[in-house]
Design a protein around this ligand. Structure first.
Ligand code: SF4
Ligand code: SF4
Length: 663
């Protein structure tokens, strides 16, 4: 469905002014852009007025008028009386300018208002026990048909002055003629295509479009001669664009003390009175409603004058014209059109969406960080009057979560923190990778001479032992072999550290592996005083992993924990195991000496060690880190120098790994 109003995507800067302004919640934010939902839009044009970026576009009839209607048909323009506000110095030049473009006649729509005034008077006099709502404003009619269907029977079944004038001209000038309405209203574009009244009017131009046409065709109004509009001439119908103008034309008193009549204009007041009528709070017989503050404030009035100057200009125009009107001719024109039917019907076209449940509203509120009432800031930045209204709009698929500014800021802050952490991890991984490459190179070079040293030392030792030679220091050979083996061990660790991506994956029961490690440590005399405990709360224990490498990880971390207890009075090491839906979490908690703050960042860096000379290579935790990362896991440390350290290792459960692969 082509909407009367749409958004020029690239111009929208997400200020949500149009969302805030739209009385019909017809603007949905999609991927951050305010899109008008054609079916919900009532074409009031308020969003066009408030968009400072000129991102709202009105469906144009310019081409149709210039290239289709005028060249091949007798085309008549009918003008809204607010022309005097849009062209304050040049309205008398308009008839000549339009005839230059090719219009055959230029008339006033106000005669149409005179034509329907009598019907309003009759309706007012006969109505009893029901409130009648006036129907010249298509935005009001659309609003009622779409959102207050129970009030559709309350709309006066009378056509607007525009449609009345169209019917009159088709009757008097012949059905073949084409009628183009020109005015300040966007909603008129939706009215003339309404199947109830279609074919009466053939196009609608706004004053803005007319000015564009003058510009494009280089028509200089100052060079045009003054001309009167073509007959039929209007009487009080000219006052239609002013608030209460309809009542004046229909001779219904709208005096402040008048009973049974209410005159309402302006979006907020209109929305509120329609709600009141629907709730049976209004007892008046007649309510005259205009969505804008009179048509002189219509969205396409296109003038620099303020409201009061516009009013003054229109009143001046009406006065001048009323003095010149020949009342006898006017009465005759009205009489001669008595056979034309100026009635119409309205139909419910409900666009209301079901109200979400309280549970759903609460769930959406909490999704956008509004857990308690005090979290609802009601700041209006999203375009909705309150957080609750905003949550309802999300539930009705009219809004997006990212429209809430405080929520978005928090989300961005979290994303920034995550990004920073990832960057740090990447830097550290890069560092580890380059150290790994260096280590691999060095290890490779040392490995061969080391092998030769061990081989020849062993041969010498065997020879010395077999010949039973008298050697002063026979243990020296053993020493050479032992130390060379220690170097080999270091080299093998270095190669391990550099051995990225070489995993032999199989299903591994993690608690079982930890249990085996703990049992082996318990019989190690160095740790005889350590009290080791395992709390296994896992409901799923299987991970996809390389069993040898995973064993190395936990052996490293648990051994480190036990070593940290060496000088502690309380020597407890506790291992807690639990899992959620996707990961298995292991906490290794020691009551040892803790890690000084300044060492925390270097903990996983190769060759960093706080152990005594000859006691560690400084590769254990670096290797651990590498293996965990290769298993798509995570390792984190918290430490407190008076309470000890907690190493937390997270590894994905086998079932979640399989889920990822399937997706
Ligand atoms: S008023 Fe609406 S269309 Fe215009 S910039 Fe703001 S959000 Fe975008
Ligand atoms: S806090 Fe968010 S949802 Fe609430 S009014 Fe402000 S922007 Fe809208």
């Amino acid at each position: 469905m082509v909407g009367i109003v749409s958004t020029i995507g690239q111009r929208c800067k997400r200020c949500y002014s149009c969302v805030r302004e739209c009385p019909a919640t017809a603007i949905r934010v999609e991927n951050g852009q305010a899109v008008v939902i054609a079916e919900r839009c009532i074409s009031c044009g308020h969003c066009v007025k408030v968009c400072s970026q000129k991102a709202k576009k009105i469906l144009s009839d310019k081409e149709r008028v210039l290239f289709d209607l005028i060249p091949s048909h007798k085309t008549i323009a009918i003008f809204a009386p607010s022309i005097a506000a849009s062209f304050p110095e040049a309205y008398s030049k308009i008839p000549a300018a339009l005839k230059k473009i090719g219009f055959e006649k230029v008339c006033e729509t106000a005669f149409g208002a005179d034509l329907v005034a009598k019907l309003y008077k009759e309706e007012f006099e006969k109505v009893n026990g029901k409130t009648i709502i006036s129907s010249p404003c298509p935005a009001v009619n659309n609003y009622i048909e779409k959102y207050f269907v129970d009030l559709v029977p309350h709309l006066a079944k009378i056509v607007s002055p525009m449609i009345a004038m169209g019917r009159y001209l088709k009757e008097t000038e012949g059905n073949h003629c084409k009628v183009v309405f020109v005015g300040p209203c966007v909603a008129k574009k939706s009215e003339y295509i309404d199947p109830e009244v279609e074919n009466e009017i053939d196009a609608v131009l706004t004053f803005t479009e007319l000015k564009e046409i003058f510009d494009e065709l280089k028509i200089d109004l100052t060079l045009m001669e003054d001309q009167d509009f073509d007959p039929p001439y209007a009487n009080f119908g000219k006052s239609f664009p002013l608030t209460g103008g309809l009542l004046k034309t229909a001779e219904i008193s709208s005096d402040v003390l008048a009973r049974n009549v209410i005159v309402v204009d302006g979006k907020e007041k209109v929305v509120s009175i329609i709600k009141d009528i629907s709730e049976n709070k209004i007892k008046s017989k007649f309510v005259d409603i205009l969505f804008c503050e009179g048509c002189i404030n219509g969205p396409a009035i296109d003038t620099d004058l303020n409201y009061y100057s516009r009013r003054e200009k229109v009143v001046e125009f009406i006065d001048k014209n009323l003095q010149n009107i020949d009342k006898r001719v006017w009465k005759c024109d009205i009489y001669n059109s008595r056979h034309i039917d100026f009635t119409r019907n309205f139909h419910p076209k409900s666009q209301r969406r079901p109200m979400p449940s309280e549970e759903k509203i609460k769930e959406i509120l909490s999704r956008t960080n509004k857990i308690e009432k005090k979290d609802e800031l009601n700041c209006g930045a999203c375009g909705y009057p309150s957080c609750r209204e905003y949550a309802i709009a999300i539930a009705k698929d009219l809004a997006e979560e990212d429209m809430c500014l405080p929520y978005l800021i928090e989300k961005l802050e979290n994303a920034y923190t995550d990004l920073k952490q990832t960057q740090e991890q990447l830097q550290s991984a890069e560092k580890l990778a380059s150290i790994g490459q260096l280590a691999a190179g060095v290890a490779h070079e040392i490995n061969n001479p080391l092998g030769t040293i061990i081989l020849y030392a062993a041969m010498l030792k065997r020879e010395v032992e077999s010949k039973k030679c008298n050697v002063t220091n026979p243990d020296d050979y053993t020493m050479i072999i032992d130390e060379a083996n220690r170097c080999k061990n270091i080299v093998s660790n270095l190669l391990n550290f550099a051995r990225h991506g070489k995993l032999k994956i199989t299903s591994v029961n993690l608690p079982k592996i930890i249990d085996e490690i703990v049992r082996s440590i318990k019989i190690n005399p160095s740790f005889k005083d350590v009290i080791l405990n395992i709390n296994n709360n896992c409901t799923d224990e299987i991970i996809s992993a390389d069993p040898d490498q995973i064993k190395q990880v936990f052996l490293n971390v648990i051994t480190n924990g036990c070593e940290a207890l060496e000088e502690s009075e309380i020597k407890n090491l506790t291992i807690n195991l639990r899992n959620d839906d996707t990961i298995i979490i292991t906490e290794i908690i020691d009551t040892g000496c803790g890690i000084p703050e300044e060492n925390m960042k270097k903990l996983f860096t190769p060759f960093f060690t706080t152990k005594k000379m000859g006691k560690g290579t400084g590769l254990g935790l670096a290797i651990t880190y590498g293996i965990i990362k290769m298993h798509r896991g995570d390792i984190a440390v918290k430490s407190n120098q008076s309470h000890g350290s907690i190493f937390t290792i997270k590894l994905p459960l086998e079932k979640s790994e399989k889920r990822i692969m399937m997706n």
